[in-house]
Design a protein around this ligand. Sequence first.
Ligand code: CO
Length: 131
Amino acid sequence: MRTSFDHLGIATTDGNGLAATFGALFDAPVVHEETFDGMSVRFLDLDGGYFELLEPTDGGPVAQFLDKNGPGIHHVALRTADIDAALDRAREVGVELVDEEPRAGAWGHEIAFLHPRSTGGVLVEYVQHDG
Ligand code: CO
């Protein structure tokens, strides 16, 4: 099951400020912005992937992450053409899933998370763009 890098999820308390910093540093424009699942989400376009800035607006898992860890890298997202097959593969490999079934994520994509207990402490998100 080949995957490719899609984005890095970054937890922040100041999405607007961080988007401005990364924009100035890397010429990475904000190409998508929405409030979703109690978060303000901004996607910055890099050449070959995105940064997804996650700023909680209403509690939830990213707010808990920030309380525990402070701002920083939250997850890595890998793009797959077939997220159902990717989850089947994860089950075959014995990886624990956070999401047993794909669900609607930001930007209208189908997503599912794997449990970091099974993946070296890295929270991995599968994303299918045409889902
Ligand atoms: Co993500």
